[in-house]
Design a protein around this ligand. Structure first.
Ligand SMILES: [Zn+2]
Length: 337
C-alpha cells in the first residue's frame, strides 16, 4: 500500500500522516456526470477509505464526450452511472470501499444518504439539489464542495458549515430565476468540468487531511476558452436562512414536486420556484434539442422519446408514464431547476 501512494505521500501537504487520514475518511459524491467522474476517479486513486457515488441516470452516448469513467460497453450493458462507476473504480483500487447508489437525491432521502460522511462533493447538474445539499451539510456540520460547469465556464466554492459563507449566502433564493441554462441546451466542453472537478478534488484532500489554512474560502470562476481564472471573496450573509439554521429545502418549502395523475397515465411537475415562464424563450432554447410546438397557453415538446407539456406558470405534465423520478429528471434537464 505504501508503494501505491508513494508519489502522493512525497508531497509535503499530504505525507504519511495525511495518507492515513485519507484512508480513514468517508466521502459522498452526489451526481456522477463529468464532475462526479473526475472527482470519483481522483479520490479513489488517492486512497480515500470510503467513497459513495450517488446518481439516478443511465449512460448515454453524449455523456462519453466528458464523463471519463464510462465507455461504450457500459451503454450496451444498460448500466446506471453509479453502478458503472463502482465497477470501473473497484478495478482501480480494491483496497478501499466503493459503493454506487442508484437514487434520485431528494429531501426524503438525503439525510440517510450522507449520514456518517466527512465530506460531500457536488457533481450535480441542477440547482435544486444543491440547495438541499447546502441545508443538509449545514444541519449536520458536514463540509461540502460546490462545483458547476457549463459551456466553457465553471465555478467552485468550499462550504465549511457555520464558518464560511454557504451556497445560499451566494445564491439567496431560487425564486424567480425562471429559466436556467443547462448542459442539455447550452452545451459544455470537457476542460471546464475537468478543471472544476480537479479543483474540488484538491479542496477535498485539504479538508480530509486537515490542512485548515490551505482551504480556499473564495468563489473560484474559470473560463477555459478565455483562459481566465477569478477568485471572488464571499462573506456570510447575515440574513441567510440556512446560516440561521432554517433549512427550507430540507423541509421542502421550495422545489420541484411531482404527482402521478391517477387514471391518466401522466405525472404533473410543480416548480414552486418558477412563478412565470416565457414559453417563447423556452421554445427558442429547446428547438435545437427537441421537437417543439407551442401557443400562448401551452408548450409541447418531445425529447428522449417523452412528450411533455409545459404551462406559463412553470407547471408541466409528462405523458405516458407514472414514473415521478423520470418526470422530475426531464423537468430539470430541459426546463431547468
Ligand atoms: Zn448562508
Amino acid at each position: 500500500m505504501i508503494d501505491r501512494y508513494s508519489r502522493q505521500t512525497l508531497f509535503p501537504g499530504i505525507g504519511e500522516e495525511g495518507q492515513k487520514k485519507l484512508g480513514n475518511s468517508s466521502v459522498v459524491i452526489i451526481g456522477c456526470g463529468a464532475l462526479g467522474t473526475i472527482i470519483a476517479t481522483s479520490l479513489v486513486r488517492a486512497g480515500v477509505g470510503k467513497v459513495r457515488i450517488i446518481d439516478r441516470d443511465f449512460i448515454e452516448y453524449h455523456n462519453l464526450q466528458r464523463q471519463v469513467l464510462f465507455d461504450e460497453e457500459d451503454i450496451k450493458a444498460e448500466l446506471p452511472k453509479a453502478i458503472a462507476a463502482e465497477r470501473h473504480l473497484k478495478k482501480v483500487n480494491s483496497s478501499i470501499e466503493i459503493e454506487g447508489v442508484v437514487a434520485d437525491v431528494n429531501y426524503t432521502n438525503i439525510e440517510r444518504l450522507v449520514a456518517g460522511a466527512d465530506l460531500i462533493l457536488d457533481g450535480l447538474d441542477n440547482l435544486e439539489t444543491r440547495f438541499l445539499i447546502n441545508d443538509v451539510a449545514l444541519k449536520h456540520g458536514i463540509p461540502w464542495i460546490y462545483g458547476g460547469a457549463i459551456s466553457s465556464q465553471g465555478m467552485t466554492m468550499t462550504v465549511l458549515p457555520h464558518e464560511t459563507a454557504c451556497f445560499r449566502c451566494v445564491s439567496p433564493s431560487p425564486t424567480g430565476r425562471g429559466l436556467a441554462l443547462t448542459c442539455d441546451t447550452a452545451g459544455v466542453i470537457s476542460p471546464a468540468p475537468f478543471i472544476i472537478g480537479s479543483l474540488q478534488t484538491a479542496e477535498a484532500m485539504k479538508i480530509l487531511v486537515g490542512a485548515e489554512r490551505e482551504i480556499n474560502r473564495d468563489l473560484v470562476m474559470i473560463n477555459v476558452w478565455e483562459g481566465s481564472f477569478h477568485r471572488i471573496k464571499i462573506s456570510p450573509r447575515p440574513d441567510c436562512p440556512a446560516c440561521q439554521s432554517r433549512y427550507e429545502f430540507l423541509e421542502a418549502k421550495f422545489g420541484i414536486k411531482t404527482t402521478a395523475l391517477c387514471g391518466q397515465n401522466a405525472v404533473q411537475v410543480l416548480n414552486a420556484k418558477v412563478g412565470k415562464l416565457s414559453l417563447d424563450e423556452l421554445a427558442a432554447r429547446l428547438k435545437p434539442v427537441a421537437d417543439v410546438s407551442y401557443n400562448e397557453f401551452m408548450l409541447r415538446f418531445v425529447a428522449d422519446n417523452h412528450e411533455m407539456f409545459v404551462f406559463p406558470d412553470g407547471r408541466a405534465i409528462l405523458r405516458n408514464t407514472t414514473d415521478e423520478s423520470l418526470a422530475r429528471g426531464l423537468y430539470a434537464k430541459y426546463i431547468g431547476a
